[in-house]
Ligand binder design. Structure first.
Ligand code: OGA
Ligand code: MN
Length: 301
């Protein structure tokens, strides 16, 4: 059966239909999927049944994979698979899947607050491929924002204020806000994750299109007074979160979404994690250093 790219009806993004559940596709089909990814920013696959090896093999066709640290949140025997899960060794009502072996249960409460993966590193991750293994009967959705559309819709005076500027991302300043359940960063971890700056208007290395690039670790803007930079970051985040730019994924086990961190943001939305297990497997693509988009002549006038 030929694969079909079905754009979502009301949002950006597309379903890929007609792929085998293990996602082992021909080179021709792979090229069509790759082109659809560039065109749509997020791709959804449903009804999958992939082993960790198959998940890794499919992901690797897009480029080199990134291994998340600390290693303890990765799947036992498969360091390329980062586990987002609230399964617990201590609570029999939230058992750990057997395939996780003796490894840790995964990172709880990951991804709350709109962000792009790796935005707090000098070289953020190009994309991520999240596969739902167990999902709660209600909630636990993930929201995605179309950052090309957000950039295009910004008022010209904001585009001007952003032009040529970079935001400062700081895990050191904000770790306690997004990971209240984790230990504070050690001095060594702080040295490993120094603040970084990325352009606010980013040129996509494949499509050449400009997107708004911002996320939860952004604090303020290089070269602007702190309060002005903070206000611009807050404005841009709120702007990008308007319903007109969002797609809401209501997960079923066997769904997977491949997103492009260079032109979309995403956000976990929470669920009753004392009652239900939610376990997701994620592979992560290496990326490149974000490039500043050129300001259009019309804006410079
Ligand atoms: C991630 C992430 C959100 C979710 O895996 O990068 O942000 O809803 N996950 O699990
Ligand atoms: Mn994420």
């Amino acid at each position: 059966m030929a694969i079909v790219v079905q754009p979502f009806e009301r949002n950006f993004g597309a379903d890929i239909v007609g792929v085998p559940p293990d996602l082992q596709v021909s080179d021709d089909d792979f090229r069509r999927i790759e082109a659809a990814w560039a065109a749509h920013g997020i791709l959804r696959f449903r009804g999958l049944d992939m082993s960790p090896e198959q998940h890794v093999a499919f992901s690797r066709r897009f480029g080199p994979l990134h291994i998340m640290t600390p290693l303890k949140f990765n799947l036992a025997g498969h360091p390329e698979i980062f586990v987002v899960s609230n399964a617990s060794k201590d609570d029999p009502s939230r058992p750990i899947a057997q395939e996780q072996g003796a490894g840790d249960a995964g990172l709880k409460r990951a991804g709350e607050g709109f962000h792009t993966d790796g935005e707090d590193k000098r070289i953020p991750n190009a994309g991520s491929f999240l596969y739902a293994k167990s999902v709660p009967p209600e909630r636990g959705d993930t929201l995605f924002a179309d950052m090309y559309a957000a950039y295009e819709a910004l008022p010209d005076k904001i585009k001007q204020a952003m032009a040529g500027r970079r935001a400062r991302y700081s895990r050191i300043d904000l770790h306690h806000v997004y990971y209240p359940l984790m230990d504070p960063l050690t001095e060594e971890q702080k040295r490993e994750r120094p603040d970084v700056c990325h352009p606010l208007a980013r040129r996509h290395p494949v499509t050449g299109r400009t997107s708004l690039y911002i996320g939860r670790w952004a604090c303020d803007v290089e070269g602007l007074p702190k309060d002005e930079g903070q206000a611009l970051v807050r404005y841009l985040q709120e702007f990008a979160q308007q319903p007109r730019f969002l797609f809401r994924q209501q997960w079923q086990a066997g769904d997977a979404i491949l997103w492009d961190n260079r032109c979309t943001q995403h956000c976990a939305t929470g669920f009753d994690d004392t009652r239900y297990v939610r376990t997701m497997h994620r592979t992560t693509l290496e990326g490149d250093e974000p490039r500043m988009a050129e300001t259009s002549a019309a804006l410079a006038l």
